[in-house]
Design a protein around this ligand. Structure first.
Ligand SMILES: CC(=O)[C@@H](O)[C@H](O)COP(=O)(O)O
Length: 271
């Protein structure tokens, strides 16, 4: 008997085939060693790194670029620089150009934050920066809210993939608005969709996959876990399980009880 839990092994982001549906951030780990072990344990296919952190350059970040990244790249893990910390389109565009030169990739995770309290993305600034970056040849991964019309404007601007939030960054609240996420999935069936931010537990990641999202991106839940390496492994397993469930066809909830054992015909008396 074949007991392998096979899932569709790949998905596509900007023409690149990715074999893992987990994307991990690299900030806030206790040490570069724990970060490396967590990345290995997770099986993540994409890692994101904030350019502002690189430019500020503490020892851990330099270690990431010089020591951790080369072996990851050698085994096919993709680097996704991000514009975390930007508050305007202009700032994000400038940082993206810097990232392309420094990190040798035209992929950019676009973050333009519009509110300090929630770190909610600024829809106008994000669309403006996305349009400019697409024209300049970037593959833009926009961090956005789960608002359908904002997502449509980002597609109009030339984005080929979207990253709606599950909840505010670092909050660990999971998928706050499953209805909006389901609507996005249903209305944009051909667009690669990644739930980014606010995922606090492997079950949140599994739910995103069960809803048919192509991947999840998270950072805090692994970096700040008591045991980041074990948590990274748990997230890898959850993402695979959620995807397998989606492909198997998750049961639709029913309002009424439906007997799981059909009772028909005459009762059979034993004994
Ligand atoms: C690392 C990164 O890109 C974060 O901005 C991302 O949005 C992850 O958020 P969490 O830390 O909530 O997982």
């Amino acid at each position: 008997m074949d007991t392998s839990a096979s899932t569709t092994p790949t998905w596509t982001a900007y023409g690149e085939t990715l074999t893992s549906r987990l994307m991990l951030g690299t900030a806030g780990y206790p040490s570069p060693t724990v970060l490396r072990q967590a990345l290995d344990a997770s099986g993540a296919g994409v890692v994101t790194v904030g350019l502002r952190r690189m430019v500020a350059g503490d020892g851990g970040d330099n270690a990431f670029l010089n020591e951790l990244l080369p072996p990851l790249r050698a085994r096919g893990v993709r680097l996704l620089p991000n514009t975390a910390g930007c508050r305007s389109a202009r700032e994000a565009v400038a940082l993206a150009h810097m990232a392309r030169e420094l990190m040798d990739t035209h992929w950019i995770k676009l973050e333009v934050v519009g509110d300090e309290h929630t770190l909610q993305p600024d829809p106008w600034g994000t669309v403006e920066a996305a349009a400019e970056l697409v024209k300049a040849g970037f593959a833009v991964f926009p961090y956005c809210t789960d608002d359908l019309v904002t997502c449509q404007r980002l597609l109009d601007a030339g984005c080929e993939l979207l990253m709606p939030w599950g909840a505010p960054i670092g909050s660990g609240q999971g998928l706050l608005n499953p209805w909006a996420l389901r609507t996005l999935r249903a209305r944009l069936p051909q667009v690669p969709l990644v739930v980014d931010a606010g995922i606090g537990a492997p079950s949140h990641a599994a739910l995103a996959m069960e809803l048919g999202f192509d991947a999840v991106l998270l950072n805090s839940a692994v970096a700040h876990a008591r045991d980041p390496v074990a948590m990274a492994r748990a997230f890898g397993d959850a993402v695979r399980a959620g995807r397998l469930a989606f492909e198997a066809g998750v049961m639709a909830p029913q309002d009424m009880a439906i007997a799981s054992t059909p009772v028909s015909g005459r009762p059979m008396l034993l004994g």
